[in-house]
Design a protein around this ligand. Structure first.
Ligand SMILES: C[S@@+](CC[C@H](N)C(=O)[O-])C[C@H]1O[C@@H](n2cnc3c(N)ncnc32)[C@H](O)[C@@H]1O
Length: 262
């Protein structure tokens, strides 16, 4: 059985809603990952209905709509602030708010479900059950998600400052693969790739994390975070500096699954 992701959905929704206006400018790695994930979209057929799960500001959903101009494309996000930002940026597409673990769609209704960097906060086995149910037989689930080891530099730098949990933990690649193998989907591709983004300073990194809605400083500490602790964090992060700057690594899983034809 897959371990449920320990996620506080309310906190996730609030953080992402707050980040709706700042997300796009900081989403360098997220754009790169989504572009790579989209390479897995089926090119040899014309789907009628395409769903983007955890669609955020909608910038990837609009690329899906360009990819499948004939299809009805719908973006769904847990954060109401994200869904309404997407609706005002791209009124020509369809938007709703909802939870990936409780999809508000009929069974066998969709041809393609896409999701980039959203399902890592969910119980993967639950996500797979839900997506399997809403896809038509022969439908495809194309996604990216995160595995253990993601942001290890950030985790390590904070561990020299305090014992708080600043970075989410993600299941190992092998655990997630096992979960997918149990799901009933046909596994077309399931790969792990390290993606790294570089920052000039540790402060820039923290600012970008916040702009993305990934708050690595617990809220109860925000106001109290002393200069000394921030200085200690910056010093600790400097140990990772390379010629390109301060690295932040993401262990990204790219998956392509197909629901078997009946
Ligand atoms: C890192 S952003 C990615 C957004 C977009 N897919 C992209 O690639 O730019 C993750 C998004 O997933 C959404 N999300 C997280 N958990 C969710 C859930 N259980 N159901 C629906 N959306 C969720 C967040 O609100 C956020 O907008």
């Amino acid at each position: 059985m897959c371990r449920p992701a320990r996620a506080d959905k309310r906190r996730i929704a609030v953080n992402f809603s707050r980040a709706a206006k700042t997300y796009d400018y900081a989403a360098v790695l997220q754009d790169r990952v989504a572009a790579r994930a989209m390479l897995g979209l089926p090119a040899d057929w014309l789907p009628d209905c395409v769903l983007d799960l955890g669609s955020g500001t909608g910038s990837q959903t609009t690329l899906l709509a360009e990819h499948y101009p004939q299809a009805t494309v719908l973006g769904m996000d847990l954060a109401i602030g994200m869904a309404s930002h997407a609706r005002s940026s791209y009124p020509e597409l369809n938007w709703c708010s909802g939870d990936i673990e409780h999809l508000p769609f009929k069974s066998n209704a969709l041809d393609v479900v896409f999701s980039s960097l959203a399902i890592q906060w969910c119980d993967l086995s639950r996500v797979l059950e839900e997506v399997y149910d809403v896809l038509k037989p022969g439908g495809v689930f194309v996604f990216s998600t995160l595995a253990a080891g993601t942001m290890h530099e950030l985790k390590q730098a904070w561990s020299s400052v305090d014992r708080h949990v600043h970075v989410n933990t993600f299941d190992a690649f092998s655990t997630q693969k096992h979960c997918v193998q149990q799901s009933g989907f046909q596994l077309h591709s399931f790969k792990l790739q390290t993606e790294t983004v570089f920052y000039l300073t540790a402060m820039q990194l923290l600012r970008d994390m916040k702009a993305l809605g990934v708050n690595t400083v617990p809220s109860r500490q925000n106001g109290l975070m002393s200069r000394q602790r921030i200085f200690k964090f910056q010093q600790a992060y400097e140990m990772f500096r390379t010629d390109k700057g301060l690295p932040l690594s993401y262990e990204v899983i790219y998956g392509i699954l197909r629901k078997p034809q009946r």
